[in-house]
Ligand binder design. Structure first.
Ligand SMILES: Nc1ncnc2c1ncn2[C@@H]1O[C@H](COP(=O)(O)OP(=O)(O)OP(=O)(O)O)[C@@H](O)[C@H]1O
Ligand SMILES: O=P(O)(O)OC[C@H]1O[C@](O)(CO)[C@@H](O)[C@@H]1O
Ligand SMILES: [Mg+2]
Length: 342
């Protein structure tokens, strides 16, 4: 048996730990061989693979990024795309099954290919933590840790200058990173896509914090909209899948806050720093377990399912469960955090 592994969509700390977990379990428990597709679905469509012997995954669980590379290639496009061409390519390469590690886009593509008869098992991945049917995704804990450390630093310089600091974190559709890093760093306002808030309300929280002698700290997710905005702020065109590139809401908010409160305000965008570098121990363990479990799913022929964290157990769920809904921040989690605002 030969299994092909791919990593697709935005990268995420822990991808390499998944690959290592899969290869080690596959070799030690099931005596299977592995290849890696280069650059996500691009490698599947082009038949571009490398061998993944045990020596190739040695020591990689602590490495950020992905040794296989990633892309936002659509496997249904191009002269070699689509299920029939991919089936022929896999046959030519002697690959019996595919493990696709990715977010909702990658898993949606995997679902369509599985529906067309291909043998694919998924591993959920996203720093945003927005995939449903799994309690956490690996990469999220690392992103929160990085964001929290950065925000702690913004805090001390803000305090020295009696400034309001605005920290912008990732989160296209959901505010999990903002919620957790904001709560961990004691933010006076946490602004998330799920909860539009007026500029006057933000200014009120900032003023309250200043009046208590604090240097106000605002954490905002890139996908946040004020009650006056119709869509998330985007000033950098579209990504390769045609979606607006987000980022810059912090710089938009800073002068508005300054104008309303009279407090000098600075914005910092953390950006891709949140996706780089070594994964936390939590993410390494979660990713390793998911990789191992994905191989077990392949051996059980569970095509069209992904492995997922449920409590402390790794379970198997259908792609559709993960894709039906985004896992947004529930109202009660926002309300709980909001007790600390101002
Ligand atoms: N419904 C779909 N059908 C076929 N291909 C899709 C579909 N949705 C997304 N894809 C392909 O899968 C690629 C990966 O999806 P996407 O860019 O959303 O990354 P992801 O896996 O969701 O990770 P993230 O969004 O967290 O970075 C997309 O660029 C696109 O080419
Ligand atoms: O710059 P890239 O790689 O297109 O990805 C940015 C997007 O990826 C994410 O980090 C994860 O989906 C989003 O929060 C962000 O909008
Ligand atoms: Mg996506």
């Amino acid at each position: 048996m030969k299994i092909g592994i791919l990593t697709s969509g935005g990268d995420c700390p822990g991808l390499n730990a998944v690959i290592r977990g899969a290869v080690l379990n596959g070799i030690k428990t099931h005596n299977v061989e592995f290849v890696g597709f280069l650059d996500g679905w691009r490698g599947v469509v082009d038949g571009d693979v490398i061998d993944l012997p045990r020596t190739r995954v040695r020591g990689i669980s602590k490495q950020g990024g992905t040794i296989l590379g990633t892309s936002r290639t659509n496997p249904f496009e191009g002269p070699n795309g689509g299920p029939e061409n991919i089936r022929k390519t896999l046959e030519r390469l002697g690959i019996d099954a595919v493990i696709a590690i990715g977010g909702e886009g990658t898993l949606a593509a995997a679902q369509r290919l599985t529906d067309a008869g291909l043998k694919i098992v998924g591993v959920p991945k996203t720093v945003d933590n927005d995939l449903d049917a799994t309690d956490f995704t690996f990469g999220f804990d690392t992103a929160v840790q990085i964001a929290t450390e950065a925000i702690d630093r913004l805090r001390t310089t803000g305090e020295s200058h009696h400034r309001c600091m605005v920290a912008e974190v990732m989160g296209r559709h959901v505010g999990w990173i903002a919620l957790h890093s904001g709560m961990a760093s004691g933010a006076h306002a946490i602004l998330i896509p799920e909860k539009p808030v007026s500029l006057d309300q933000i200014a009120q929280w900032v003023t309250e914090a200043r009046d208590r002698g604090r240097a106000p700290l605002v954490v905002v997710a890139e996908g946040f909209v004020t009650t006056d905005m119709e869509a998330p702020h985007s000033e950098r065109g579209l990504d390769s899948f045609g979606r607006p590139r987000l980022g810059g809401i912090g710089e938009l908010l800073a002068p508005e806050i300054e104008a309303r409160t009279g407090i000098e305000t600075r914005a910092t965008v953390l950006g891709h720093i949140q996706r780089g570098g070594v994964p936390t121990a939590f993410d390494r363990v979660l990713a390793t377990r998911l990789g191992m479990a994905a191989v077990d799913s392949v051996m059980d022929g569970l095509w069209g399912t992904m492995v997922s964290l449920h409590g402390t157990d790794i379970v198997r769920v259908g792609f559709e469960k993960a894709l039906d809904n985004l896992k947004t921040v529930p109202e009660h989690r926002y309300d709980e955090a909001a007790i600390l605002f101002g």
